[in-house]
Design a protein around this ligand. Structure first.
Ligand SMILES: C[S@@+](CC[C@H](N)C(=O)[O-])C[C@H]1O[C@@H](n2cnc3c(N)ncnc32)[C@H](O)[C@@H]1O
Length: 270
């Protein structure tokens, strides 16, 4: 792992204990409510019962375990040992351990780390792709993990919104992938409430929507849906208004793309 990914890994290690006790993730309520996967995602992905699913960059495993609760045999991959430990603990506390495996690996090595097995569903959720310097290399790993006919689902931060300043008012960062010039940040806080980070330096990269789609096409995947949304799952800009856990553009403001969804599948014969 290079120095930039190693710095990101240390930063994510610091975030795990903060996230586990944050109101943002509200793990105790998540446990007691037996939350299921988001309705919108279930409608797009279909019934996961009896299917195998891998979540790339699963963090503390909440979303991964929701898919297990819905009947999938799940695997979560993340490069933070603390996140993987937390996910395993939550799997035990939910009684889902027999249906959930968590593996500590850099996502770029996930196909090898998982022993070259393939999955019916590859699932990627918000806050993932921006941590990766090279989207084409990532798409190769995602495609390698898909079974013939398998489904790839991505819902992530829209790359246009990553070009804006913290106020969401001005374009200050580049739209296109530029591995040599990451967004460098030295913030001692995370996106949740709670404590301070020790390892503050992070490196992030933008990928244009066209670059993401082309990377999937170059791996032979078939694109079934591409949606851009004027809403997201976190308080990305001060002017967003929350309704039922979703942050939306209020009336009277220009509607900008804040997140996007891609649904794709691998050819039935590979
Ligand atoms: C915001 S979480 C995404 C999961 C989920 N949507 C959530 O919000 O909890 C991002 C995750 O990406 C992981 N990550 C970042 N870079 C990675 C890499 N190169 N390989 C594997 N995991 C990585 C971090 O450890 C973190 O757990």
């Amino acid at each position: 792992m290079d120095d930039q990914l190693a710095a990101n890994q240390s930063n994510w290690q610091d975030r795990v204990p903060i996230h586990m006790t944050s109101r943002f993730y509200d793990v105790e309520r998540w446990l007691s409510s037996e939350r299921m996967p988001r309705e919108r995602e279930r409608a797009m992905i279909g019934d996961p019962a009896g299917k195998s699913l891998v979540q790339l960059q699963c963090h503390i495993g909440l979303e991964t375990l929701e898919w297990a609760r819905a009947g999938a045999q799940v695997t979560g991959v993340d490069f933070s040992p603390a996140a993987i430990d937390a996910a395993r603990t939550l799997a035990a506390r939910t009684g889902l351990s027999s249906r959930a495996t968590f593996v500590c690996s850099d996502v770029y090595d996930a196909d090898v780390a998982l022993g070259d097995v393939t999955f019916d569903i590859v699932y990627v959720s918000i806050g993932s792709l921006g941590w990766l310097p090279d989207i084409a290399r990532w798409a190769k790993v995602a495609a390698n993990l898909l079974s013939a006919g398998g489904t790839l689902f991505i819902h992530d931060v829209h790359p246009f919104s990553s070009c804006l300043d913290d106020e969401g008012e001005r374009v200050v960062y580049g739209y296109f992938e530029d591995p040599e010039h990451p967004f460098v940040s030295d913030e001692d806080s995370t996106y949740t409430d709670g404590g301070r980070l020790t390892h503050v330096r992070t490196y992030e990269w933008n990928h244009a929507l066209g670059e993401i789609i082309q990377a999937l096409l170059d791996e032979g995947l078939i694109i079934d849906a591409l949606h851009e949304h004027d809403w997201t799952y976190f308080h990305q800009f001060p002017w967003l208004a929350e309704t039922k856990g979703v942050w939306r553009t209020p009336d009277g403001r220009p509607r900008l793309p804040l997140s996007f969804t891609v649904l794709a599948h691998a050819p039935r014969v590979r």
